[in-house]
Design a binder for this molecule. Structure first.
Ligand code: HEM
Ligand code: FPP
Length: 318
């Protein structure tokens, strides 16, 4: 046997395994797994704080459906945005612009998973949960991605509603109805989205400008964006405390929401006061905006943990 074929035999299986692994990884990346992990967590929280006993199998199926649906919407977003993703540094290596997954296969994948998730939700729970799930996919994939994202700097404010529906979906899956608390949870995520995204957009501004996407700092400038971030954190703080004012939760949630809300406002004030030029562009590498973006992720996760902990405590004490 020649040396070359020995090398071939040794190399071939490893090459195949790597390719299979890479392809599987790319199919998962189309679902934006890191982003949807928090989306799914908020949906699970909505389900967990809903009143009445929930069948654990149906709860698990509902959470799986929210996961599949948000991933599917992400895949349709990547299919539609393949032109701008190729231009932006942050997204240029995604599976479609990277040439690793064909665009048409991504569309079939996104639409297929959308149909599967909605049908499964309907079969396992009820029409209300399935209906809001379908509407969320439509809102993110069509209203936000295909329309608002490229046409208005308010794109993420209105489009952010898509990512705010999961707590309502979780609650509806558990109860077949809606109530004040899931609507407040919707409002919290809705008002959280602008400071979450605009913090990131302050330091990703060049990317969006190059791709021609009218994100707020591109259109209205960095200084205006800094004020808007502060405005939304200031509105978010009292809204996040509505469950306390309405007697829908106890002191654990109230303390958590107050501390986190003040922390988020403090991050926004730092973003506003950061050393900047006349146009509001940071002179210190957008340090405050980076901290604010990271804090936004911790904020939402911990706030909903506070709600879950409060709910568990009330149940345990009763
Ligand atoms: C229109 C609304 C939103 C916009 C435009 C937006 C935009 C973004 C962008 C551009 C990133 C960076 C992603 C990357 O580089 O891969 C990001 C990260 C993230 N977003 Fe959002 N987001 C929105 C809503 C949400 C919602 C509703 C959630 C969850 C409830 C969320 C959770 C996350 C998480 C967890 C990350 C971090 C991902 C990582 O660590 O790589 N986002 N978001
Ligand atoms: C239940 C359900 C269907 C929920 C869908 C909600 C969802 C996936 C929300 C996440 C929002 C998100 C990833 C925005 C990214 O914006 P972008 O697409 O402008 O970001 P990009 O530049 O990174 O692609």
């Amino acid at each position: 046997m020649s040396g070359a074929s020995l090398v071939d035999r040794a190399a071939r299986p490893r090459y195949r395994a790597d390719r299979v692994g890479t392809r599987a990884h790319d199919w998962v990346q189309l679902l934006k797994p890191r982003v949807i992990s928090l989306v799914v967590f908020t949906g699970a929280a909505g389900l967990a704080v809903a009143p009445g006993p929930v069948n654990p199998v149906l709860a698990a199926i509902s959470i799986l459906c929210i996961c599949l649906a948000s991933g599917a919407a992400g895949a349709i977003n990547m299919w539609y945005d393949r032109d701008i993703d190729a231009v932006m540094q942050r997204t240029a290596t995604r599976p479609i612009p990277g040439g690793r997954i064909p665009a048409d296969e991504t569309l079939v994948y996104g639409v297929g998973l959308s149909v599967l998730s909605v049908a499964l939700m309907w079969l396992a729970t009820n029409a209300l949960a399935a209906g809001i799930l379908a509407f969320s996919i439509f809102f993110y994939a069509v209203i936000y991605t295909m329309w608002l994202k490229r046409s208005t700097p308010q794109n993420i404010v209105i489009g952010g509603a898509a990512g705010a529906f999961p707590p309502m979906i979780g609650w509806a899956a558990a109860t077949g109805s809606l109530s004040v608390l899931p609507v407040v949870m919707f409002l919290i995520v809705f008002l959280w989205t602008p400071p979450h995204f605009w913090s990131l957009s302050l330091y990703a501004c060049k990317d969006y400008g190059r791709a021609g996407i009218p994100m707020l700092p591109v259109v209205r400038g960095a200084r205006h964006t800094r004020w808007q971030i502060l405005l939304y954190t200031l509105i978010l703080l009292p809204v996040s405390l509505t469950p306390s004012f309405m007697g829908l939760c106890g002191p654990l949630y109230t303390v958590t929401a107050t501390l986190l809300g003040l922390g988020f406002v403090a991050c926004a004030v730092r973003v506003l006061l950061e050393k900047q030029d006349d146009a509001g562009v940071s002179l210190v590498g957008d340090r405050a905006a980076r901290v604010s973006f990271r804090f936004s992720l911790a904020y939402l996760f911990l706030l909903f943990c506070g709600l879950l902990g409060d709910h568990a405590l009330t149940w345990w004490l009763s």
